[in-house]
Design a protein around this ligand. Structure first.
Ligand code: DGP
Length: 112
């Protein structure tokens, strides 16, 4: 079980800000910006490169939820970044697909 499955199962605590039957969003434990939320599908998909044709609607939903939460967290006007780290070169550290939503500060580009 990954750490995110344990959060979904409420076996370990997290600051949950939104949830429905398909996904959950909670604050990142190691925030890289004043707003740093992880949007995690409840279906276990290890990473974006492991998603299949069947996951397309779910992937779209994760993006839509990121936009909704950006509004809820009032970073939609100042701007925000949505990131998925897939695989070792991207620095993926938890093998359960998740979308990072970062904002409330100016973010550098290109990323490191
Ligand atoms: P990534 O590097 O893209 O795989 O991002 C994994 C993120 O997960 C990282 O920013 C830190 C966060 N994280 C790891 N363990 C926990 C945890 O137990 N609780 C919470 N809230 N976040 C975690």
């Amino acid at each position: 079980m990954t750490i995110f499955e344990k959060i979904i199962a409420r076996e370990i605590p997290a600051k949950v800000i939104w949830e429905d039957d398909d996904a959950i969003a909670f604050e990142d434990v190691n925030p890289q910006a004043p707003v740093h939320v992880l949007i995690v599908p409840k279906k276990v998909i290890p990473r974006l490169s492991a998603a299949t044709e069947k996951d397309r609607a779910l992937l779209g939903k994760l993006m839509a939820v990121a936009g909704d939460l950006a509004k809820k967290l009032e970073i939609d006007k100042t701007g925000y970044r949505v990131v998925i780290n897939s695989g070792p070169d991207a620095g993926e550290s938890v093998p359960h697909l998740h979308v990072h939503l970062l904002g409330k500060r100016a973010l550098a580009w290109p990323p490191g």
